[in-house]
Design a protein around this ligand. Structure first.
Ligand SMILES: *[C@@H]1O[C@H](CO)[C@@H](O)[C@H](O)[C@H]1NC(C)=O
Ligand SMILES: *[C@@H]1O[C@H](CO)[C@@H](O)[C@H](O)[C@H]1NC(C)=O
Ligand SMILES: *[C@@H]1O[C@H](CO)[C@@H](O)[C@H](O)[C@H]1NC(C)=O
Length: 575
């Protein structure tokens, strides 16, 4: 009896407990947002043990996946969210990391951006046998951007051409780029050969890429930034060209993906694309395809340098040619270093117009290298000492403090490499690879500061490349300031590296793009200091010019405002 009664009580207890649990559960479910219910339902169906770490990842991942909006940004179309709150967060993201990750997280990770090739490219037949290791380095990159890069590579590369994807995490601090990313690869990308390697301490882009290259075993290394989207047919022309010429290093056409709405912006007819150049302060620049006959062509086109984020190189050749300078820190300068080295040591750089890869261009670089800030400057000083011979003077003119800086470190091994590979001079490179590159102090009538008799100087007022602005008047600096450095060429241009002096409609003088045979950009410099334009039959003058406004042209007269002196002139060629 006693026993029976006790059993009863236990049963009632159990029923009560069950009912309470049900009520609590119902209450909880009602409180959860709708999407979370679906994901927790799915989880229940798949029997998930919440104590396991992987199950934690699975829950997180399903929540994440449930927020993806099907077809958002499909075919590379501009993506937008309806909720104003999301858009506000997106704006904030753009300001903090230069990418709208709120939106990125909602776009399908396996979206297609469509076929971006020029129609003409579809007629080419490629049948490469080489395989590729795609190497992707990242540091605290937005996870959805990394995943979209990986997905695009796996979906747009024929399986027999993709040896593997090698991911190198340069000691990110973002937790989701550790176990969670590995879990994603294991569960959502299983069947694809993807290596994820975490570095223990942050080494910067250059050394991290070296680590990635060491792990790779395919025939060809293809380096991609961690915020790219490969498009249909992107890999075949790269591999085929390398198969034809193993010492040719290739860049695809790098198309623009908007960092704010993820629209794929470049159109297929984009035949007016540019190739890589450089500026004497050591920066990569875009230049027009050098040979006019090559413009609009779809076959690989010679490029003096490369931007560095995306390129393909035969793996063994990468090591033979000296990989990267492993004493370079952080990032910056390595792209010009490898460009000069490849050309000077017998290789070749080309842009492949039929290989199209989208790249999210950010307005600013969101991550800095702690401690050493100016890695670009220091790395460029290293390459200048190793590869540029006397022409390094033009870089160090901009960065005089770096020339003998101890921060540069030991360059012996790189000089030995240059010797061992019997590399050609920088003059050879300029003459043969980049003959149109303007050298401000060679084959010119005069160069340096341009000072009038009243000790005022011409000044570019720090004009930004690619824009137009006044040729200003400013007190002469006592040091060799690069804003006050101009050359007078044999062809009558008064110019700096990026700009030529041109007469505007108001007779003021502007700095703008250099044009051939443009009479408004044509000057004659006389020994007596007159700078004369024959179209207007007037002289360069500072009369009535308020500092720092533009100088002008005026009726020629004997005036201190019209007498100009260059720091250096070649008196044998001045009349
Ligand atoms: C992308 O992934 C979704 C969800 O897994 C799937 O339904 C869709 O078919 C995939 N699309 C492509 C182009 O693979
Ligand atoms: C400077 O020299 C040119 C050419 O000889 C002459 O035409 C011009 O009048 C001279 N200007 C002055 C101010 O002496
Ligand atoms: C000056 O011009 C002459 C004739 O063109 C040239 O041979 C010489 O090298 C030039 N001198 C300098 C320092 O550029």
């Amino acid at each position: 009896m006693f026993v029976k009664c006790r059993r009863h009580r236990v049963l009632i207890h159990k029923i009560l407990l069950f009912m309470v649990t049900v009520i609590v559960l119902m209450f909880l479910i009602r409180e959860l947002p709708e999407r979370e219910i679906t994901s927790s339902k799915q989880i229940q169906n798949n029997i998930i043990d919440e104590n396991d770490e992987n199950d934690e990842y699975e829950i997180k991942l399903r929540t994440y996946e449930s927020k993806i909006i099907p077809n958002l940004g499909h075919n590379g179309k501009e993506a937008t969210l309806k909720d104003p709150e999301d858009n506000e967060l997106g704006e904030k993201a753009l300001k903090s990391v230069a990418m709208n990750y709120v939106l990125s997280d909602r776009i399908p990770l396996n979206r297609s951006v469509g076929d971006r090739r020029n129609e003409g490219c579809k007629k080419f037949y490629y049948n490469p046998t080489l395989t590729a290791s795609v190497v992707i380095i990242f540091y605290n990159e937005i996870l959805s951007a990394i995943l979209r890069t990986i997905w695009s590579v796996t979906l747009q590369t024929p399986e027999h051409l993709l040896h593997e994807i090698v991911l190198v995490d340069d000691a990110s601090t973002a937790e989701e780029l550790k176990g969670f990313l590995q879990y994603y690869i294991d569960t959502r990308l299983s069947g694809h050969r993807i290596k994820l390697h975490h570095l223990n301490e942050r080494v910067g882009l250059i050394k991290a890429r070296l680590e990635g290259a060491k792990l790779a075993t395919g025939d060809v290394l293809i380096f991609l930034d961690a915020h790219c989207e490969a498009t249909i047919g992107w890999i075949e022309p790269l591999l085929a060209r390398i198969e034809e010429s193993r010492s040719t290093v290739l860049t695809p056409l790098i198309d623009v993906i908007s960092a704010s709405n993820f629209a794929y912006l470049s159109d297929a007819d984009y035949t007016g694309f540019q190739v890589g150049g450089f500026s004497w302060p050591g920066h990569f620049t875009w230049i027009n395809v050098q040979n006019e006959n090559d413009r609009g062509k779809l076959t690989p086109i010679k490029s003096p340098t490369m931007a560095g984020g995306l390129f393909a190189i035969e793996r063994k050749y990468f090591w033979e040619i000296g990989s990267y300078d492993d004493k370079m820190e952080g990032w910056g300068g390595e792209n010009l270093e490898i460009s000069f080295r490849i050309w000077q040591c017998g290789g070749r750089l080309e842009t492949v117009p039929c290989s199209r890869v989208g790249h999210i261009f950010r307005d600013f670089h969101p991550y800095s290298i702690p401690g050493k800030k100016d890695t670009h400057g220091i790395n460029t000083a290293r390459l200048a000492h190793v590869w540029m011979d006397d022409y390094k003077r033009l870089f160090f003119m901009y960065r005089p403090k770096l020339e003998y800086s101890p921060l540069i470190g030991d360059i012996t091994s790189r000089l030995e490499l240059r010797k061992r590979l019997k590399c050609k001079s920088f003059k050879w490179y300029l003459d043969n690879v980049f003959p149109e590159k303007f050298i401000p102090d060679e084959n010119v009538l005069g160069y340096g500061q341009v000072r009038n008799n009243l000790n005022m100087c011409l000044d570019d007022l720090s004009l930004h490349e690619g824009t137009t602005g006044p040729l200003g008047l400013y007190p002469c600096h006592a040091f060799s300031a690069t804003t006050q450095y101009f050359s007078m060429t044999y062809k009558g241009k008064l110019r700096s590296e990026n700009f030529c002096a041109e007469i505007s409609n108001t007779l003021e003088v502007q700095l703008t793009r250099c044009l051939k045979d443009e009479l408004k950009q044509s000057w004659i410099f006389f020994k007596n200091g007159t700078i004369y334009n024959s179209l207007f039959a007037k002289c360069l003058s500072s009369e009535g010019v308020e500092v720092p406004k533009a100088v002008r042209i005026d009726n020629c007269k004997d005036s201190d405002h019209q007498k100009w002196k260059f720091t250096y002139i070649n008196s044998t060629v001045i009349t």
